[in-house]
Design a protein around this ligand. Sequence first.
Ligand code: FAD
Length: 456
Amino acid sequence: MQHDAHGYWLREAGGATPAAPAAGDIDADVVIIGGGYAGMWTAWQLRDRARVVLLEADVCGHGPSGRNGGFCETLWSNLPSLRERFDDERALAAARASSESVRAIGDWCESEGVDAWFRQAGFLMVSTDSSQDAVVDRILAASDREHVVPLDAAGVRARCDSPRFRRGLFVDDDATVQPARLALGLRRRLLERGVTIHERSRVRALRVTGPRSVIAETAGARVRAGAAVLAVNAATRGVRPLRSRLSVTSSHIVLTEPVPDVLEQVRWTGGEAITDGRLFLHYFRTTRDGRILFGWGGGRLAYGARLNGRVEVDPGIAETVRAHLVDMFPALAGRRITHAWGGPIDVSPSHLPQIGTVDDGPVHYAFGFTGNGVGPSHLAGRVLAALALGEGDRTLALVDPAPAVVPPEPLAWVGGMIIRGALLRAERLRAGGQQPDPVTRAVLAAPRALGIHVSR
Ligand SMILES: Cc1cc2nc3c(=O)[nH]c(=O)nc-3n(C[C@H](O)[C@H](O)[C@H](O)COP(=O)(O)OP(=O)(O)OC[C@H]3O[C@@H](n4cnc5c(N)ncnc54)[C@H](O)[C@@H]3O)c2cc1C
């Protein structure tokens, strides 16, 4: 198993040569900080309407945007949380807009000639124990049958057959991509359209100098702009006015060698993206070259804004993920895992993306995708572009007027690790057909009392 911080996808996509770092005094209408999907889709929306300068600490698309699972999802399975947080109309508007975004990503790949392996084969959520039946039922109860369809055990197993699967739901609108091909394709098209991108240009300070003026400082440059867009994912944890609005965990992926025989055997040849209904969910999909990618969102929590080390690659967690994979698909016992990698997840307390404006000033932000940013970051780009141009539609459900907060450190980390431990214990017991003990159940009830969601 090769542990590689950048994962398999970037190598397959061919990588990118870094653009020149920012230097000297630069003027722009909008400065975008962060060159993942959120920053780049914002730049794409603004490309003909404003002078944009995008500052990226590393190389655009070399963060989680270039190494995720490639689930390009809508927000239909988040409808219970959306409905709980907003009124029905706004919740449905956000879910519909997320479907438009997935479609728009596919159309963009087509019209721009970017082969990002976009495949709209739908999303299957399966339950693997009785508590997950309840998760599936909750989503079905909140949704319409046009977008979310129930599947019984036979219906699930006709699409993919694992001895663990019970029943599930299917979302037709969802897709998969090769994430690095999408990120690097977007980067390439932005450069070709004349958007200024500076890489190896970490922003060290962002100063608000007036109602419509900001200065972003890197080691070698000062960029003055009328508005700033902050799209730095988990690094938002280091940004003072926003740090209490997210916590950072990690997700890990293992990738098998090509296993077309196993895919035939388990009848998984339709390209569906699949998750189970656990909180620390397993997510799995096939690739164009017949591999199975299998991820798990149960990695460790980061302390404060510290993002390196085991948040990026944790060999111990990768081994656990491999064991979970074989448990889900016993036919993979003895087959080779060729790659393993991980990365940070920006978890918002509502499990919904946070998009908005700091103190009604010139700084706009998007973070908190909570492991579902590939599709929704396109939607975020549309909203951020509008906010930066002063045209923001604040009625859009995802612009949350009263976002929930996480406790300060060290409470967040200590509390988070205790809850993580309780969750892992509960999920292990449920997988074996047992119920968690009263103490574990009490610990698991604590987050909700603080207004923090621990489910979709
Ligand atoms: C292992 C893993 C699997 C995942 N699987 C999926 C999946 O299957 N489907 C899904 O929807 N989501 C998935 N996600 C989440 C998804 O990758 C993210 O939600 C999405 O990429 C977020 O895009 P972004 O633009 O916000 O962040 P990023 O891609 O992280 O981009 C932010 C950029 O900001 C830059 N930056 C940070 N600080 C600074 C600074 N001070 N100055 C300048 N630049 C800075 C970083 O270098 C980075 O390039 C996964 C994540 C991981 C880690």
